[in-house]
Ligand binder design. Structure first.
Ligand SMILES: [Zn+2]
Length: 197
């Protein structure tokens, strides 16, 4: 493996982009740092990026080159320094550093999966309430009020608030509301058991 391949394996594009101050939103859409970007137009994949606004694209090395005006090898060195990868042009890789970084990646992926799961629960809960609110709304003034409608009306704003908060905040804050998401998950299961979809 060359040092170029090595660095690409050890630092994915979204991780590097975040590290260098690029604002990354859900689904790895980012505000493009290479043109005046009001809406996130740049899609970040693990191994490359592509801007739908200005067509900027490349791998993680290219990203760092463009951000800091560096030659490819300088970009590799910068990444190696900033992520403590212990990679050097003339020496074999420092396997302790490389393995430490590999473990970090595994941990990050697990955290990411957990975040996705939490978001999914909030979204399902909100969607269910939205369904209840529409489907079981009273049709006439003297209709008996359906319990599902009452529940939905009482909880839907908070559900929306949680979903929005979760969307806007960073990983640390998302972890902080984990207890609340756990409670929502139990609540979601409870109403689903009682009332169905
Ligand atoms: Zn762009």
């Amino acid at each position: 493996m060359t040092i170029f391949e090595e660095v690409k394996e050890l630092v994915d594009v979204p991780t590097a982009a975040r590290h260098y101050g690029v604002e990354v939103h859900r689904s790895n859409m980012a505000n493009c740092p290479f043109h005046h970007d009001r809406t996130p137009s740049m899609k970040l994949y693990d191994d490359h990026y592509y801007c739908f606004g200005c067509q900027a694209h490349g791998d993680v090395i290219r990203l760092v080159q463009e951000l800091f005006g560096l030659a490819p090898i300088e970009a590799v060195k910068q990444l190696s320094n900033d992520f403590s990868l212990g990679l050097d042009v003339d020496k074999p890789p420092d396997m302790t550093a490389v393995n430490r970084r590999r473990q970090e990646i595994v941990k990050q992926k697990a955290e990411q999966a957990n975040i996705e799961r939490m978001y999914d629960i909030l979204l399902r809960y909100y969607t269910l309430l939205d369904k209840y609110k529409i489907r079981f709304a009273p049709k006439a003034p003297d209709d008996e009020i359906d319990g599902r409608y009452v529940y939905a009306v009482h909880h839907i704003e908070y559900a929306w608030y949680l979903l929005e908060t979760f969307n806007r905040t960073d990983v640390v804050q998302q972890q902080e509301i984990k207890t609340e998401v756990d409670r929502i998950e139990r609540e979601y299961k409870r109403i689903l058991d009682e009332w169905g979809e």
